[in-house]
Design a protein around this ligand. Structure first.
Ligand SMILES: [Zn+2]
Length: 366
Protein backbone atom coordinates (compact mmCIF):
# COMPACT_ATOMS: atom_id res chain seq x y z
CA UNK A 1 0.00 0.00 0.00
CA UNK A 2 1.31 3.41 -0.99
CA UNK A 3 1.50 5.45 2.18
CA UNK A 4 1.18 8.84 0.47
CA UNK A 5 -0.88 9.16 -2.72
CA UNK A 6 -0.94 12.52 -4.44
CA UNK A 7 -4.28 13.11 -6.18
CA UNK A 8 -4.28 16.00 -8.61
CA UNK A 9 -6.03 17.50 -11.57
CA UNK A 10 -9.66 18.32 -10.83
CA UNK A 11 -10.69 17.09 -7.40
CA UNK A 12 -14.50 17.26 -7.25
CA UNK A 13 -15.82 17.85 -3.74
CA UNK A 14 -19.51 18.42 -4.48
CA UNK A 15 -21.85 20.28 -6.82
CA UNK A 16 -20.13 23.61 -6.21
CA UNK A 17 -16.56 23.02 -5.15
CA UNK A 18 -13.42 21.73 -6.84
CA UNK A 19 -9.80 21.89 -5.80
CA UNK A 20 -6.60 21.13 -7.73
CA UNK A 21 -5.13 18.51 -5.45
CA UNK A 22 -5.30 16.53 -2.26
CA UNK A 23 -3.45 13.64 -0.71
CA UNK A 24 -4.15 10.32 0.88
CA UNK A 25 -1.85 9.89 3.84
CA UNK A 26 -2.09 6.76 5.96
CA UNK A 27 -5.49 6.06 4.46
CA UNK A 28 -6.99 9.48 5.17
CA UNK A 29 -7.53 12.47 2.93
CA UNK A 30 -5.80 15.79 3.51
CA UNK A 31 -5.59 19.06 1.62
CA UNK A 32 -2.26 19.89 3.22
CA UNK A 33 0.85 18.82 1.34
CA UNK A 34 2.54 16.14 3.43
CA UNK A 35 6.22 16.39 4.39
CA UNK A 36 6.94 12.97 2.88
CA UNK A 37 7.24 12.57 -0.88
CA UNK A 38 4.33 10.87 -2.58
CA UNK A 39 4.68 7.14 -3.21
CA UNK A 40 2.23 7.44 -6.08
CA UNK A 41 0.72 10.25 -8.14
CA UNK A 42 -2.72 9.88 -9.69
CA UNK A 43 -3.84 12.58 -12.08
CA UNK A 44 -7.22 13.27 -13.64
CA UNK A 45 -10.73 13.92 -12.41
CA UNK A 46 -10.91 12.73 -8.82
CA UNK A 47 -14.38 11.95 -7.42
CA UNK A 48 -15.61 10.72 -4.06
CA UNK A 49 -16.10 6.93 -4.21
CA UNK A 50 -19.26 5.89 -6.02
CA UNK A 51 -22.31 4.61 -4.18
CA UNK A 52 -24.61 1.71 -5.08
CA UNK A 53 -27.68 1.84 -2.84
CA UNK A 54 -29.40 -1.24 -4.20
CA UNK A 55 -26.84 -3.98 -4.33
CA UNK A 56 -27.19 -7.48 -2.89
CA UNK A 57 -23.81 -8.77 -1.73
CA UNK A 58 -24.13 -12.45 -0.84
CA UNK A 59 -27.03 -13.08 -3.20
CA UNK A 60 -26.90 -14.89 -6.54
CA UNK A 61 -29.50 -16.06 -9.06
CA UNK A 62 -30.35 -19.08 -6.89
CA UNK A 63 -30.22 -17.32 -3.54
CA UNK A 64 -27.40 -17.32 -1.01
CA UNK A 65 -23.85 -17.61 -2.35
CA UNK A 66 -20.67 -18.74 -0.58
CA UNK A 67 -18.13 -16.40 0.96
CA UNK A 68 -15.75 -16.56 -2.03
CA UNK A 69 -18.54 -15.53 -4.38
CA UNK A 70 -19.70 -12.74 -2.09
CA UNK A 71 -16.11 -11.50 -1.94
CA UNK A 72 -15.86 -11.60 -5.74
CA UNK A 73 -19.11 -9.60 -5.93
CA UNK A 74 -17.77 -6.93 -3.61
CA UNK A 75 -14.50 -6.75 -5.57
CA UNK A 76 -16.37 -6.40 -8.87
CA UNK A 77 -18.30 -3.48 -7.38
CA UNK A 78 -15.14 -1.94 -5.96
CA UNK A 79 -13.19 -2.19 -9.21
CA UNK A 80 -16.05 -0.38 -10.97
CA UNK A 81 -15.58 2.50 -8.51
CA UNK A 82 -18.33 1.57 -6.03
CA UNK A 83 -16.73 2.17 -2.64
CA UNK A 84 -19.91 2.52 -0.61
CA UNK A 85 -22.79 0.07 -0.75
CA UNK A 86 -26.13 0.22 0.95
CA UNK A 87 -27.27 -3.30 0.35
CA UNK A 88 -30.94 -3.92 -0.27
CA UNK A 89 -31.07 -7.09 1.76
CA UNK A 90 -28.89 -10.18 1.77
CA UNK A 91 -29.81 -13.78 2.60
CA UNK A 92 -26.46 -14.28 4.28
CA UNK A 93 -24.46 -12.64 7.05
CA UNK A 94 -21.97 -10.28 5.39
CA UNK A 95 -20.76 -8.55 8.54
CA UNK A 96 -17.29 -9.97 7.85
CA UNK A 97 -16.98 -7.41 5.04
CA UNK A 98 -16.80 -4.70 7.72
CA UNK A 99 -13.45 -6.15 8.80
CA UNK A 100 -11.97 -6.10 5.31
CA UNK A 101 -10.05 -2.94 4.41
CA UNK A 102 -9.88 -4.06 0.77
CA UNK A 103 -13.66 -4.27 0.31
CA UNK A 104 -16.19 -1.43 -0.03
CA UNK A 105 -17.80 0.27 2.94
CA UNK A 106 -21.01 -1.72 3.42
CA UNK A 107 -24.23 -0.52 5.04
CA UNK A 108 -26.37 -3.63 5.51
CA UNK A 109 -30.16 -3.78 5.54
CA UNK A 110 -30.26 -7.21 7.14
CA UNK A 111 -32.44 -9.84 5.47
CA UNK A 112 -35.10 -8.41 3.25
CA UNK A 113 -38.59 -9.30 4.39
CA UNK A 114 -41.26 -10.94 2.25
CA UNK A 115 -43.90 -13.65 2.39
CA UNK A 116 -43.87 -17.23 1.08
CA UNK A 117 -44.70 -17.36 -2.66
CA UNK A 118 -44.81 -13.55 -2.73
CA UNK A 119 -41.24 -12.87 -3.83
CA UNK A 120 -38.31 -14.60 -5.52
CA UNK A 121 -37.66 -17.92 -3.81
CA UNK A 122 -34.60 -18.18 -1.55
CA UNK A 123 -33.91 -14.44 -1.64
CA UNK A 124 -35.70 -13.05 1.38
CA UNK A 125 -36.67 -13.92 4.92
CA UNK A 126 -40.24 -15.12 4.41
CA UNK A 127 -42.84 -14.49 7.11
CA UNK A 128 -45.64 -17.07 7.25
CA UNK A 129 -47.92 -14.65 9.08
CA UNK A 130 -48.20 -10.98 8.06
CA UNK A 131 -48.73 -10.10 11.73
CA UNK A 132 -45.05 -10.91 12.33
CA UNK A 133 -43.89 -8.00 10.19
CA UNK A 134 -43.41 -5.37 12.94
CA UNK A 135 -41.40 -7.77 15.12
CA UNK A 136 -39.34 -8.96 12.15
CA UNK A 137 -38.58 -5.37 11.16
CA UNK A 138 -37.42 -4.68 14.72
CA UNK A 139 -35.15 -7.75 14.53
CA UNK A 140 -33.66 -6.72 11.19
CA UNK A 141 -33.19 -3.17 12.47
CA UNK A 142 -31.13 -4.58 15.33
CA UNK A 143 -29.17 -6.89 13.02
CA UNK A 144 -28.60 -4.45 10.13
CA UNK A 145 -26.62 -1.25 9.87
CA UNK A 146 -29.43 1.27 10.13
CA UNK A 147 -31.61 0.15 7.24
CA UNK A 148 -34.41 -2.38 6.83
CA UNK A 149 -35.72 -3.58 3.48
CA UNK A 150 -39.33 -4.68 3.06
CA UNK A 151 -40.83 -6.18 -0.10
CA UNK A 152 -44.06 -4.22 -0.39
CA UNK A 153 -45.68 -5.80 -3.45
CA UNK A 154 -45.36 -8.81 -5.73
CA UNK A 155 -47.59 -10.87 -7.98
CA UNK A 156 -50.23 -12.88 -6.11
CA UNK A 157 -50.43 -16.02 -8.25
CA UNK A 158 -53.27 -17.44 -6.15
CA UNK A 159 -55.61 -15.20 -8.15
CA UNK A 160 -54.95 -17.24 -11.30
CA UNK A 161 -55.40 -15.58 -14.69
CA UNK A 162 -56.32 -12.23 -13.14
CA UNK A 163 -53.28 -12.24 -10.87
CA UNK A 164 -51.41 -8.96 -10.67
CA UNK A 165 -49.03 -7.09 -8.38
CA UNK A 166 -50.62 -6.78 -4.93
CA UNK A 167 -49.41 -5.37 -1.61
CA UNK A 168 -47.91 -7.99 0.72
CA UNK A 169 -48.92 -6.36 3.99
CA UNK A 170 -52.00 -4.70 5.47
CA UNK A 171 -51.43 -0.97 5.83
CA UNK A 172 -51.70 -0.91 9.63
CA UNK A 173 -49.02 -3.58 10.01
CA UNK A 174 -46.76 -1.73 7.60
CA UNK A 175 -47.24 1.41 9.69
CA UNK A 176 -46.44 -0.49 12.91
CA UNK A 177 -43.37 -1.97 11.26
CA UNK A 178 -41.97 1.36 10.07
CA UNK A 179 -42.61 2.82 13.52
CA UNK A 180 -40.65 -0.03 15.08
CA UNK A 181 -37.72 0.61 12.75
CA UNK A 182 -37.78 4.33 13.46
CA UNK A 183 -37.90 3.68 17.20
CA UNK A 184 -34.75 1.61 16.77
CA UNK A 185 -33.07 4.41 14.83
CA UNK A 186 -33.27 2.59 11.49
CA UNK A 187 -34.67 3.70 8.16
CA UNK A 188 -36.92 1.56 5.98
CA UNK A 189 -36.74 1.16 2.25
CA UNK A 190 -39.33 -0.77 0.28
CA UNK A 191 -39.29 -2.77 -2.89
CA UNK A 192 -42.30 -1.54 -4.86
CA UNK A 193 -43.31 -2.05 -8.47
CA UNK A 194 -47.04 -1.49 -7.97
CA UNK A 195 -49.14 1.63 -7.78
CA UNK A 196 -51.40 -0.04 -5.19
CA UNK A 197 -48.66 -0.39 -2.58
CA UNK A 198 -47.68 3.28 -2.57
CA UNK A 199 -50.49 4.76 -0.40
CA UNK A 200 -49.76 2.29 2.41
CA UNK A 201 -46.04 2.96 2.21
CA UNK A 202 -46.51 6.73 2.31
CA UNK A 203 -49.00 6.49 5.16
CA UNK A 204 -46.53 4.32 7.06
CA UNK A 205 -43.78 6.93 6.67
CA UNK A 206 -41.42 4.84 4.57
CA UNK A 207 -38.01 6.47 4.15
CA UNK A 208 -37.01 5.38 0.67
CA UNK A 209 -38.50 3.57 -2.34
CA UNK A 210 -36.82 0.97 -4.54
CA UNK A 211 -37.93 0.78 -8.21
CA UNK A 212 -40.98 2.99 -7.62
CA UNK A 213 -42.47 2.19 -11.03
CA UNK A 214 -46.04 2.49 -9.76
CA UNK A 215 -45.86 6.11 -8.65
CA UNK A 216 -48.47 8.28 -10.38
CA UNK A 217 -48.18 12.04 -10.87
CA UNK A 218 -49.82 12.97 -7.56
CA UNK A 219 -47.71 10.43 -5.66
CA UNK A 220 -44.55 11.70 -7.36
CA UNK A 221 -45.38 15.18 -6.11
CA UNK A 222 -45.92 13.92 -2.59
CA UNK A 223 -42.71 11.89 -2.64
CA UNK A 224 -40.84 15.00 -3.82
CA UNK A 225 -42.46 17.20 -1.18
CA UNK A 226 -41.61 14.75 1.60
CA UNK A 227 -38.04 14.26 0.39
CA UNK A 228 -38.39 10.51 -0.03
CA UNK A 229 -35.67 9.29 -2.41
CA UNK A 230 -36.37 6.80 -5.16
CA UNK A 231 -33.88 4.29 -6.57
CA UNK A 232 -35.03 3.71 -10.14
CA UNK A 233 -32.89 0.58 -10.81
CA UNK A 234 -32.99 1.05 -14.58
CA UNK A 235 -31.07 -2.19 -15.20
CA UNK A 236 -33.83 -4.06 -13.34
CA UNK A 237 -36.63 -2.23 -15.16
CA UNK A 238 -34.97 -3.30 -18.41
CA UNK A 239 -35.83 -6.88 -17.34
CA UNK A 240 -39.58 -6.19 -17.12
CA UNK A 241 -40.21 -7.18 -20.74
CA UNK A 242 -38.50 -10.54 -20.20
CA UNK A 243 -40.41 -11.03 -16.93
CA UNK A 244 -43.66 -10.33 -18.78
CA UNK A 245 -42.75 -12.74 -21.58
CA UNK A 246 -42.37 -15.56 -19.05
CA UNK A 247 -45.68 -14.81 -17.32
CA UNK A 248 -47.84 -16.54 -19.93
CA UNK A 249 -50.32 -17.78 -17.29
CA UNK A 250 -50.81 -14.27 -15.90
CA UNK A 251 -51.83 -11.96 -18.76
CA UNK A 252 -52.99 -9.08 -16.53
CA UNK A 253 -49.70 -9.03 -14.70
CA UNK A 254 -47.72 -9.37 -17.93
CA UNK A 255 -49.54 -6.41 -19.46
CA UNK A 256 -48.90 -4.39 -16.29
CA UNK A 257 -45.17 -5.12 -16.40
CA UNK A 258 -45.07 -4.25 -20.11
CA UNK A 259 -46.72 -0.87 -19.50
CA UNK A 260 -44.14 -0.03 -16.85
CA UNK A 261 -41.35 -1.28 -19.12
CA UNK A 262 -42.55 0.94 -21.95
CA UNK A 263 -42.63 4.09 -19.83
CA UNK A 264 -39.53 3.45 -17.75
CA UNK A 265 -37.43 6.27 -19.18
CA UNK A 266 -40.18 8.90 -19.13
CA UNK A 267 -41.08 7.77 -15.59
CA UNK A 268 -37.58 8.47 -14.31
CA UNK A 269 -37.54 11.77 -16.14
CA UNK A 270 -40.85 12.63 -14.43
CA UNK A 271 -39.32 11.84 -11.04
CA UNK A 272 -36.37 14.09 -11.83
CA UNK A 273 -38.53 16.92 -13.15
CA UNK A 274 -40.66 16.80 -9.99
CA UNK A 275 -37.56 17.22 -7.84
CA UNK A 276 -37.47 13.72 -6.40
CA UNK A 277 -34.05 12.77 -5.05
CA UNK A 278 -32.81 9.94 -7.24
CA UNK A 279 -30.45 7.34 -5.85
CA UNK A 280 -28.38 5.02 -8.01
CA UNK A 281 -28.81 1.29 -7.52
CA UNK A 282 -27.92 -1.58 -9.80
CA UNK A 283 -29.96 -4.33 -8.08
CA UNK A 284 -26.90 -6.52 -8.57
CA UNK A 285 -26.92 -9.95 -7.00
CA UNK A 286 -30.08 -11.62 -8.22
CA UNK A 287 -29.91 -11.77 -11.99
CA UNK A 288 -27.85 -8.61 -12.57
CA UNK A 289 -24.05 -8.89 -12.24
CA UNK A 290 -22.06 -6.80 -9.79
CA UNK A 291 -19.89 -3.93 -11.01
CA UNK A 292 -22.63 -2.40 -13.18
CA UNK A 293 -22.95 1.02 -11.53
CA UNK A 294 -21.51 2.90 -14.55
CA UNK A 295 -24.12 1.23 -16.76
CA UNK A 296 -26.89 2.20 -14.34
CA UNK A 297 -25.77 5.84 -14.38
CA UNK A 298 -25.71 5.76 -18.18
CA UNK A 299 -29.31 4.50 -18.20
CA UNK A 300 -30.42 7.29 -15.85
CA UNK A 301 -28.83 9.81 -18.22
CA UNK A 302 -30.54 8.10 -21.15
CA UNK A 303 -33.83 8.75 -19.33
CA UNK A 304 -33.11 12.47 -19.55
CA UNK A 305 -31.42 13.22 -16.23
CA UNK A 306 -28.48 15.60 -16.80
CA UNK A 307 -25.11 13.87 -16.50
CA UNK A 308 -24.00 16.24 -13.73
CA UNK A 309 -26.97 15.24 -11.58
CA UNK A 310 -26.61 11.55 -12.32
CA UNK A 311 -22.92 11.61 -11.37
CA UNK A 312 -23.65 13.61 -8.21
CA UNK A 313 -26.31 11.06 -7.27
CA UNK A 314 -23.84 8.24 -7.83
CA UNK A 315 -21.25 9.92 -5.63
CA UNK A 316 -21.19 12.81 -3.16
CA UNK A 317 -24.91 13.53 -2.86
CA UNK A 318 -25.74 9.98 -1.86
CA UNK A 319 -22.69 9.63 0.36
CA UNK A 320 -24.08 12.60 2.26
CA UNK A 321 -27.57 11.09 2.32
CA UNK A 322 -26.14 7.90 3.82
CA UNK A 323 -24.10 9.81 6.38
CA UNK A 324 -20.70 9.13 4.84
CA UNK A 325 -18.16 11.85 4.02
CA UNK A 326 -16.95 12.52 0.51
CA UNK A 327 -13.60 14.22 -0.09
CA UNK A 328 -13.01 16.02 3.20
CA UNK A 329 -10.08 16.65 5.47
CA UNK A 330 -9.57 13.53 7.58
CA UNK A 331 -12.11 11.38 5.73
CA UNK A 332 -11.26 7.88 4.58
CA UNK A 333 -9.41 8.18 1.27
CA UNK A 334 -12.07 6.53 -0.90
CA UNK A 335 -11.88 8.10 -4.35
CA UNK A 336 -12.06 7.19 -8.01
CA UNK A 337 -9.87 8.78 -10.67
CA UNK A 338 -10.89 9.22 -14.32
CA UNK A 339 -8.98 10.37 -17.39
CA UNK A 340 -11.83 12.69 -18.38
CA UNK A 341 -14.73 14.43 -16.68
CA UNK A 342 -17.66 12.02 -16.14
CA UNK A 343 -19.95 15.01 -15.57
CA UNK A 344 -19.45 15.81 -19.25
CA UNK A 345 -19.81 12.22 -20.46
CA UNK A 346 -20.90 9.48 -18.07
CA UNK A 347 -19.40 6.84 -20.38
CA UNK A 348 -16.13 7.82 -18.67
CA UNK A 349 -17.36 6.10 -15.49
CA UNK A 350 -16.92 2.69 -17.11
CA UNK A 351 -13.15 3.17 -17.30
CA UNK A 352 -11.69 4.46 -14.03
CA UNK A 353 -7.96 5.02 -14.31
CA UNK A 354 -7.56 4.25 -10.61
CA UNK A 355 -9.64 3.24 -7.62
CA UNK A 356 -8.35 4.24 -4.18
CA UNK A 357 -9.93 2.63 -1.13
CA UNK A 358 -8.78 3.65 2.38
CA UNK A 359 -5.69 5.14 0.79
CA UNK A 360 -4.68 2.00 -1.11
CA UNK A 361 -4.69 1.85 -4.90
CA UNK A 362 -6.89 -1.23 -5.30
CA UNK A 363 -7.39 -1.00 -9.07
CA UNK A 364 -5.48 0.84 -11.76
CA UNK A 365 -5.61 0.79 -15.54
CA UNK A 366 -2.31 0.84 -17.39
ZN1 LIG B 1 -33.15 -5.87 -5.20
Amino acid sequence: MAEVVHLRGVVVLDDEREVRECWAVGGLLTFERPAAAADAVLEGWVLPGLVDVHCHVGLGPAGVVDVDTAQAQAIADRDAGTLLIRDAGSPTDTRWIHERADLPDLIRAGHHLARPKRYLRHFARELDDVAWLPEAVAEEAAYGDGWVKVVADWIDRSEGATADLRPLWPDHLLADAVARAHAAGARVTAHTFAHEAIPGLLAAGVDCLEHGTGLDAAQIEEVARRGIPVTPTMLQLAEFEAIAAQATKYPVYAAHMRRMYARRYSHVRDLYDAGVRLLVGTDAGGTIPHGMLPAEVAEIVRAGVPARDAVAAASWRTREYLGRPGIEEGASADVVVYAADPREDVAVLAHPSAVVLRGAIVAQSR
